[in-house]
Design a protein around this ligand. Structure first.
Ligand code: DCP
Ligand code: MG
Length: 418
């Protein structure tokens, strides 16, 4: 069974309207040219080899070594009687785990995020394999974000190791201020980061990657043709593997080629909306504001079924859909570095009547299982007399995840198996 429609919504009070992902992609298309607007300076800050660098703080003897952080259960380092630690080596690994990240020394062997560990072990058998320690990564994430927040008020969380910062108010002083932010992050964490400083978020994100590690890349509008156009189109955040393959089939590999591509030809492959966005992105145009977490009021996902579902007969499918929605909401929270306390469900029935129910948890969560438990609690309070057309999950009363608990009360067994 396929969903007809799957919407991701990050709602914000700005403009009042929900800011649907599909809509935000087109936000830049119809607005006035950036050259007429006051000049903006947007920074994208991304920590260097983040998880691996936090591990090096714990194990300084590994500095300079090829180190791989793996997903799944892995052996912890063993403290020897002589006080040294014994680390697991990649060549001894057997299993189906994937690489979460690796140090730059390991990347030199071709070992990158998302690669199978056994495949990576063939490339770098002597490198060291460490288990992930998410608690430590979350702590360092809070620390570096706090260090930036102490100096710059307009920050948008986009993930555990990246933020956007609006530095427009610094004018010509923005590059020097960005260097100060890098120093503040290092002072607070002992970790290096890379910053891209550009007229908008799209370009800033591209730039933060250009001189990693410990980079500070400043891009002026007049540099787009020389510095951005030669890059592969997939460097644009929003051009994923599928679009990259389609573009390649049309002979378009670089951003410059995309900027010059025939719009009619692009439309046949990508439709009007995405084509409009692709074209603007290739020209380096992006008007999206840096949106602080305070402005994001709720995160929601909903799905309309291909056929209306019955609560008893289609219980397994509904259960699976509910779980998937909760996982997606948790993923969105994670991506925006948020947690929430109020979990709600929305149901639209075959006659288009809609009901919502919500529950406020004792503490904020970003955990898919905790969100799922709360949605089941909500569902107990819905009378099921008609077939279901749409199911949605929303989380609100948002806050920083450091105020949340990953652990929710174990009450799943109390709820019906929907
Ligand atoms: N991560 C992950 N799975 C992936 C990619 C990344 O779990 N497929 C985690 C590990 C990274 C962190 O997210 O340390 C940040 O991702 P980045 O893409 O920023 O990668 P790094 O910070 O490790 O390296 P870079 O220096 O290229 O930013
Ligand atoms: Mg990073």
């Amino acid at each position: 069974m396929h969903d007809q429609y799957l919407a991701a919504t990050i709602a914000s009070p700005r403009g009042g309207k929900p800011n649907r992902r599909e809509v935000s992609l087109t936000a830049s298309v119809s607005s006035s040219p950036e050259s007429l607007a006051p000049r903006r300076w947007i920074a994208h800050l991304d920590m260097d080899a983040f998880f691996a660098s936090v591990e090096l703080l714990k194990y300084p003897e590994l500095r300079g070594e090829a180190v791989v952080i793996g997903g799944g259960r892995l052996q912890q380092p063993v403290l020897q009687p002589d006080g040294t630690r014994q680390f697991a080596r990649m060549r001894d690994y057997v299993g189906r785990g994937v690489v979460t990240t690796s140090t730059y020394a390991a990347r030199a062997f071709g070992v990158f995020s998302a690669m199978g560990i056994m495949k990576a072990a063939r490339l770098a058998p002597d490198s060291i394999l460490l288990p992930a320690d998410f608690e430590a990564y979350r702590e360092y994430s809070t620390r570096f974000k706090q260090a930036v927040a102490n100096l710059a008020p307009v920050i948008q969380n986009v993930g555990i190791d990246e933020i956007y910062i609006d530095l427009s108010e610094h004018g010509d002083g923005a590059p020097a201020f960005a260097a100060r932010l890098k120093a503040a992050v290092f002072d607070a964490t002992g970790l290096s980061c890379s910053i891209g400083l550009a007229p908008n978020k799209l370009l800033a994100k591209i730039c933060s990657d250009l001189e990693k590690p410990d980079g500070l890349t400043i891009l002026h509008p007049e540099d787009i043709a020389t510095r951005v156009w030669p890059l592969p189109a997939k460097k644009i955040n929003g051009i994923g593997p599928k679009a990259t393959a389609k573009l390649a089939a049309m002979g378009i590999v670089t951003i410059g080629e995309l900027a010059q591509a025939d719009l009619g030809m692009l439309r046949t492959q990508f439709g009007d909306l995405y084509t409009g966005w692709l074209h603007q992105a290739a020209l380096g145009i992006d008007d999206r504001p840096v949106q602080t977490s305070r402005e994001t009021k709720s995160v929601s996902r909903e799905t309309t079924f291909e056929r209306d579902l019955q609560v008893v007969r289609d219980r397994a499918v509904l259960s699976e859909k509910l779980e998937s929605l909760c996982t997606r909401v948790a993923g969105d929270l994670d991506k925006h570095a948020l947690a929430g306390r109020t979990v709600g469900i929305k149901l639209r029935f075959e006659d288009f009547s809609t009901v919502t129910r919500d529950i406020t948890l004792p503490s904020a969560t970003a955990d898919a299982a905790a969100i799922l438990r709360a949605t089941r609690d909500c569902l107990r309070r819905v009378p099921f007399e008609k077939k279901i057309r749409l199911l949605g999950v929303r989380i609100s009363t948002l806050c920083d995840p450091s105020q949340s608990t990953r652990q929710a009360p174990a009450q799943a067994e109390l709820f019906p198996a929907l």
